[in-house]
Ligand binder design. Sequence first.
Ligand SMILES: [Zn+2]
Length: 338
Amino acid sequence: MPMIHPKANWVTTGGWEKIDVLFKIKSRTEKEYALGQSEEEVVTPLVMRYINNYKDLPKAVYQINWKFRDELRSKSGLMRGVEFLMKDMYSFHETQEDFERFYAEMKKAYLKIYARLGLTAKVTEGSGGAFSEKISYEFMVLTDAGEDDILYCGACDFCVNLEIAKEKEGERCTRCNKGTIAKARASEVGNVFDLGQKFTKAFDLTFNDKDGKKQYATMGCFGLGISRVMGVIVEKYHDERGIIWPESVAPFAVHLLALSGADGEKAYETLQNAGIQVLYDDREMSAGEKFAEADLIGIPWRIVVSPKLGNGRVEIKKRTEKEPRIVDLKEVLNLIKR
Ligand SMILES: [Zn+2]
């Protein structure tokens, strides 16, 4: 989907005036555009061309793309930028019930994704904000670096933003009557907006139902903040020397360092041929500098080749371990694959 949107689409929905974080730009010929901060204004007219009757529903489309938000509280780094990477999906349904069914499925998928990233996520209910008059669901990850306070139950899935909570910390959870309400700092890493028919009415997206009657489709928006999730992972997985990427999201499995003129080619090829992704550092720098950079970057395994180690021998260490081991290159593959 495009990142630069025609002004007319945003005027149609009222977002041009109402959304204060919307970036507005003007061309040399005085034409006005918005930078995408969410894509309902683009995706609704697009999907409309593929929906005629109820058989075309439900339909969901998604993309992974950059978004822009003229954020007053923007910070450096990945947590809250004016530019961020997001997975955004838009779903179209015959009825509100079908949206609810789809949301329940997506919620499970999202929680599975966060778990695989090494994060504990909770779902809170919030107000829909500028997107919707209806409710929104926020996926929150527990982290001291977060900017929200949430109350949650340790025994069931009750979770609410402190701002709108009626419950208090330490109380017994009224939903399950088992757990106790706890308070935590959290960071939003995803959201779901129940958009109802707001956008389908604005763009006149209708379909013929089973009785041949025209109906407006019901719509949902499902966002997952990719660059933000990276920030949250770094907040959770680091030490005083740098990042410790969980293996599920590490950009490489191995950081290979060739020291004092050693030839790392053989180790590099052996690993590559075994299907292991390697970041290979053969620069002429001191061992100390290379070790410090490897810790900072935080690739799960560090492998060192050096003339001191002897033929076919390498030094191997996990980012989480203190002391390296010296092993045969052949053994390395077993260690990593295990
Ligand atoms: Zn509970």
